[in-house]
Design a protein around this ligand. Structure first.
Ligand code: SAM
Length: 398
């Protein structure tokens, strides 16, 4: 038995009641997908500091039960019904805090009981009972998961997370699992199909399975049986059939993945042929992706034998021939083989830089509309410069 508190504001409350649907945004989408028919629900108006209850979930949590509700701002929704007469309690933030309830987390049976008791009779409610009875706030189901990144700088101390290993961290060039986690949380929903055409040790497959996404993983030399042997330049899938692609391609011939003759990682990043072969992969990705859907391509630059090659820019140049840019992320490189004292000394002695980041190029297959040609004007918010605060050039700033 579990409960959940949906939040609303004075602006959004009316629609909750008129539709008998509660909704939230992507931040809480995981929680909504865990809501099952019959779960106990409450509605918390954050502006008026009021709690309404009790409701029960008429359906399990879904996306877009009413797509237009709240102008599409809260698409993760659940249909609700009244569980008896609706009761109201004001000043609820204080009450949550006295009860030790964090409204963003799922409620356990004890918490549901005390909230219902409180709603039934707020004046007579004895908070001493709560202290003895209530068990600690149930943790959010996201607890062993990485954070959803909000900036374009992603940094994570290790390759995997959670209780199960994702991919094989002994596989040369294994992808940090949190990158794939962030990509699928941003750009897919449960049940969507994700494809990794160069899957290596299968990190994408493992992350997708845990997050209830379908996944097809291909690899030129698969190290495990659930990865399909295939050359990424010809993917055996129908046009417009895939919801997201993640690809961590070779960055040149710096890593020996395997002896397969068609391994693109046998070609040097200093050779244009490397980009020509990757471009064939890009065209296949474009073909199989549904319009408007996203591909994430992880790539790093190369510094070898005193020569820098901007592999990231060169791959981006090819990708942008076919895809629209959503954004470019800088992913900090950790636990790299070059993260040693010897390499540190060499970098200073011979005056070069060790690679500190990779690019995650987030691109989108264009919709039918040529959106990149639409005229756009951004209304920038101009911040007033504060008095008395001065920067290095002696100009005032906020
Ligand atoms: C950076 S690794 C991928 C790592 C993987 N994401 C993981 O977490 O283990 C790049 C992979 O591309 C594969 N590859 C190279 N050429 C390929 C091709 N033509 N078709 C399919 N896979 C290829 C390599 O064998 C290598 O495993």
């Amino acid at each position: 038995m579990k409960g959940y508190i949906f939040a609303c504001t004075n602006k959004t409350e009316k629609e909750c009641f008129s539709n008998m649907v509660f909704g939230t945004n992507r931040l809480y989408s995981d929680n909504v997908y865990k809501i099952e028919k019959g779960d106990t629900l409450f509605l918390f108006n954050m502006d008026s500091d009021t709690l309404y209850g009790v409701f029960s979930a008429k359906t399990s949590g879904k996306k877009d039960i009413i797509p237009d509700a709240w102008k599409g701002m809260y698409p993760y929704q659940v249909e609700v019904e009244k569980d008896g007469e609706i009761k109201t309690a004001r000043g609820i933030k204080k009450v949550f805090s006295r009860m030790g309830i964090n409204w963003r987390f799922f409620l356990n049976k004890d918490q549901i009981d005390v909230l219902i008791n409180y709603l039934n009779n707020p004046k007579e409610f004895d908070f001493n009972i709560v202290r003895n009875k209530i068990s600690p706030t149930s943790k959010t189901l996201l607890d062993d998961k990485p954070a959803i990144e909000a900036t374009t700088l992603w940094d994570y101390p290790k390759q995997s997370y959670g209780k199960t290993q994702k991919g094989d961290n002994k596989y040369a060039g294994v992808t940090p699992a949190f990158i794939i986690y962030n990509m699928i949380k941003r750009y897919t929903e449960p049940g969507d199909l994700v494809v990794d055409p160069m899957a290596g040790s299968g990190t994408t497959l493992d992350v997708c399975r845990e997050e209830n996404r379908k996944c097809i993983a291909y690899e030129i030399a698969p190290p495990r049986p659930d990865i399909i042997q295939n050359d990424a330049r010809s993917i055996p899938l129908k046009d417009n059939s895939v919801d997201m692609i993640f690809i961590d391609s070779p960055y040149g011939d710096n890593i020996k993945y395997n002896d397969h003759p068609d391994n693109i990682g046998n070609i040097s990043a200093e050779d244009e042929r490397f980009y020509n072969e990757l471009e064939k992969v890009m065209k296949e990705c474009l073909r199989i992706l549904k319009p408007g859907k996203v591909i994430g391509w992880l790539i790093g630059d190369q510094w070898a034998k005193k020569r820098f090659t901007p592999v990231g820019f060169k791959v981006y140049e090819r990708l942008s021939k076919y895809f629209e840019t959503v954004d470019i992320i800088s992913v900090a490189r950790r636990n790299q083989t070059s993260n040693t004292g010897i390499w540190y000394n060499r970098a200073i002695r011979f005056n070069f830089y060790l690679r500190g980041f990779k690019y995650l190029l987030i691109m989108k297959k264009p919709e039918n509309l040529p959106s990149r040609n639409l005229k756009r004007k951004t209304e920038w918010t101009q911040y007033k410069r504060g008095k008395g605060q001065r920067n290095r050039n002696n100009e005032s700033r906020t």
